[in-house]
Write a new protein. Structure first.
Length: 76
């Protein structure tokens, strides 16, 4: 006796894409609730915009550098 294949309409939900063995579970941003698609975003649980709000980029090192007027060292 053959085991019956499940009917496509019997189990609603995300169907596997062609070439994939299983469908990816939908992951949403922990802050805003938008669906996450990027691998890094899915791993961290935050979208790029929300991640930038929580972890702003550090100041650019070039903005902190400046020329200093100083007297020449004696003996040089």
């Amino acid at each position: 006796m053959e085991s019956p294949e499940p009917l496509p309409g019997l189990f609603p939900g995300p169907q596997p894409e062609a070439g994939r063995s299983e469908a990816r579970r939908p992951v949403r941003c922990a802050l805003c609730g938008r669906p996450l698609t990027g691998a890094e975003s899915r791993r961290t649980g935050l979208g790029p915009a929300c991640d930038a709000k929580l972890h702003p980029a550090g100041p650019d090192i070039r903005t902190r550098r400046h020329d200093v007027d100083q007297d020449p060292l004696p003996g040089i």
